[in-house]
Design a protein around this ligand. Structure first.
Ligand code: ADP
Length: 624
């Protein structure tokens, strides 16, 4: 390796060193994946060159074939991978293979470090594939010449430990990259060309450029999405997924469909195994590419699918898309909008079918990707109906952890029931311990539990399902049949006494309470608070507080509903005249207890203090 005299030495960025450390010392499985990573980088570089050719007049050596070549030298123990792609300038070498620019890679590094699964499959997912070369090599040289007419011929070398160095190449290099791996003693197998061919056959058959060993081409280019389903095996589908998504997992779902009307479409979409957003890696990047009759138009086109489908991987091919469509005009194109609508609808229908065929499998999907569907309900009016069919939740009639959907809910609804009831809360136990459920439960009405933060937003946008209004069981204007055959214990307080008690409480409790009234929903609790008509729910207040801890929230306002049959209410009505001091304490405690069980108590100092006073009074009274 002859280089000029003044090589430039640099240390790796800290994250790179960390990645390298993991790559070299911890990843022992599937070492062969480095071939796939380097070939896929070469393929990307060729793809980018093809695009650059469209916009730039002057490309260095335009006649060079767009292909990837591999050669091995058993004697020297080296493997070489070359391409005539974009190549890299000096700055690009520093930037691209000396640092990690990707956001989220730190979070991912952390999760990789903590993960018991030190799996080389993870490396491709966080965009540091190049460094996998150091799994097998103790020295890597990247000979590179950029496509730019006046670029230098450079050699980047590193042992993967101390840093790297960039020197001028002694020879004039052709455009592109030539990567030479000096294989480690225990990895010399990769210097045998038959071994390399075997790995290529496993991983690289969908690379869209010729992959050559000498004069022989080892891959065939195939647009499997334009073939008939019956001609494709499961293995081929999975292999294509792995190639197109740069993934190592098996997809959860795949949808392959063709349509002639309203436009010609061939689409092959995959749902990956994992939702990396749940790992704190930031937003997933959209991963469905747009093709026109097998020719790639854009590998990450914005607006091809709605943003909430950013977890999908695969290909959409439409013969109707003009080949010269630009990135800018793509989003405005009515054709792309049509594609978007048709494919999205089709995908939602597909999911609905899958949910019916195998509810458990769908449940696993939902646990990971349900958030995207909820996001869709919130932001995407056009698909709200299709999406709402796919929503899943627990309810008062499911076992804990078992999910149901709106359609199933309606099959269990009572005759003539024209509403869908729900409660929001932080967890199932809290919702079930609250006072709101009992009235509906005793009437045999099923109540859906919405337990995630995002559900508050969801419910602001989802007002009905199948013509049935969604109603909160905690809302002030919940109307329930009173002539139902429910047996309630105890006599109700006389109406006039009740009225007087309500007035008393209203004046005792002041500002915080908008209204005090008797109600029919309570069975075993004496009182419950309801969000005032213009008030915010407890979850909404919590969420706003979490988002902005410094911010001032408007004062909380609630309505207090009393249970006219409850012994405590009877006793309080009496105590108002006979023991006014005690009644005052009980009034305050009644409200705070109701707020507490609704998850709405914001200051508990009074509750505790009053509690002590009440205990003291009760004990003194019993010893009188
Ligand atoms: P990723 O490919 O996910 O960005 P890598 O670590 O595999 O991450 O590669 C880092 C960067 O190095 C690439 O984004 C690309 O800019 C550059 N690169 C790698 N291989 C080549 C190549 N053969 N030709 C040109 N650029 C390359």
């Amino acid at each position: 390796m002859a280089t000029s005299t003044t090589p430039e030495k640099r240390e790796f960025q800290a994250e790179v060193s960390q990645v390298l450390d993991i790559v070299i010392n911890s990843l022992y499985t599937d070492k062969e994946i480095f071939i796939r990573e380097l070939v896929s980088n070469a393929s990307d570089a060729l793809e980018k060159l093809r695009h650059t050719q469209l916009t730039e007049n002057e490309i260095h050596q335009p006649e060079l074939p767009l292909q990837i070549s591999l050669s091995a030298n058993e004697e020297e123990g080296t493997l070489t991978i070359s391409d005539h792609g974009l190549g890299m300038t000096r700055e690009e070498l520093h930037e691209n293979i000396g640092t990690i620019a990707h956001s989220g890679s730190k979070a991912f590094l952390k999760s990789l470090e903590e993960s018991a699964r030190k799996d080389s499959a993870l490396i491709g997912q966080f965009g540091v594939g190049f460094y996998s070369a150091f799994m097998v090599a103790d020295e890597v040289a990247v000979h590179s010449r950029s496509w730019r007419p006046d670029a230098e011929s450079l050699v980047w070398t590193s042992d993967g430990k101390s840093g790297y160095e960039i020197a001028e190449s002694a020879e004039e290099l052709p455009r592109g990259c030539r990567i030479v791996l000096k294989l480690r003693e225990d990895c010399k197998d990769f210097a045998k060309i038959d071994e390399v061919r075997r790995v290529l056959e496993n991983y690289s058959s969908f690379v869209p450029f010729p992959v050559m060993i000498g004069e022989e081409r080892v891959n065939k280019i195939e647009a499997i999405w334009r073939k008939k389903k019956s001609e494709i095996s499961d293995e081929e589908y999975t292999e294509f997924y792995k190639f197109s998504a740069k993934a190592y997992d098996e997809p959860r779902y795949r949808m392959h469909f063709s349509a002639e009307m309203p436009i010609e479409i061939n689409a092959l979409l995959f749902v990956p195994r994992d939702n990396t957003e749940l790992w704190g890696m930031g937003q997933m990047e959209p991963g469905v590419s747009l093709y026109c009759r097998n020719v790639l138009i854009d590998d990450k086109p914005a607006g091809l699918l709605p943003e909430w489908l950013r977890f999908l991987r695969g290909v959409i091919d439409s013969a109707d898309i003009p080949l010269n469509i630009s990135r800018e005009s793509m989003q405005d194109s009515s054709l792309v909008r049509k594609l978007n609508r048709v494919v999205t609808k089709r995908f939602l229908k597909f999911l609905d079918g899958e949910a019916k065929d195998d509810a458990d499998k769908f449940g696993e999907f939902y646990a990971k990707f349900g958030r995207f569907l909820k996001e869709g309900v919130v932001v995407d009016y056009d698909h709200r109906e299709g999406l709402s069919k796919l929503l899943r939740f627990e309810s008062s009639l499911t076992d804990p952890g078992v999910l149901t959907g709106f359609a199933d809910y309606l099959t269990r609804a009572k005759d003539g029931q024209d509403k869908i009831y729900y409660l929001t809360g932080t967890d199932r136990a809290a919702v079930e311990a609250g006072p709101y459920l009992e009235a509906l439960r005793s009437r045999g009405l099923e109540v859906i539990y919405f337990l995630e933060n995002i559900d508050e937003y969801l419910l602001q946008h989802l007002r009905e399902f199948d013509g049935k209004e969604l109603v909160s069981a905690a809302s002030a204007d919940l109307e329930l049949d009173s002539d139902d055959s429910i047996v309630l214990e105890g006599e109700p307080l006389a109406e006039s006494e009740m009225e007087a008690l309500c007035e008393y409480l209203k004046s005792e409790l002041g500002e915080q309470v908008e209204k005090v009234a008797p109600g029919s929903r309570l069975v075993s609790s004496p009182a419950a608070v309801l969000a005032a008509d213009d008030g915010m729910s407890a979850q909404m207040r919590n969420m706003m507080r979490a988002m902005n801890p410094e911010g001032e929230l408007p004062p909380q306002k609630v309505q207090l509903e009393l249970n006219p049959r409850h012994a405590l209410i009877h006793a309080l009505a009496e105590a108002r005249a006979s023991h006014p001091d005690l009644a005052k304490l009980v009034a305050g405690q009644l409200l705070d207890n109701a707020l507490l069980s609704a998850g709405m108590l914001e200051d508990r100092v009074d509750l505790i203090q009053r509690g002590f006073e009440l205990m003291e009074k009760a004990l003194k009274k019993s010893s009188e």
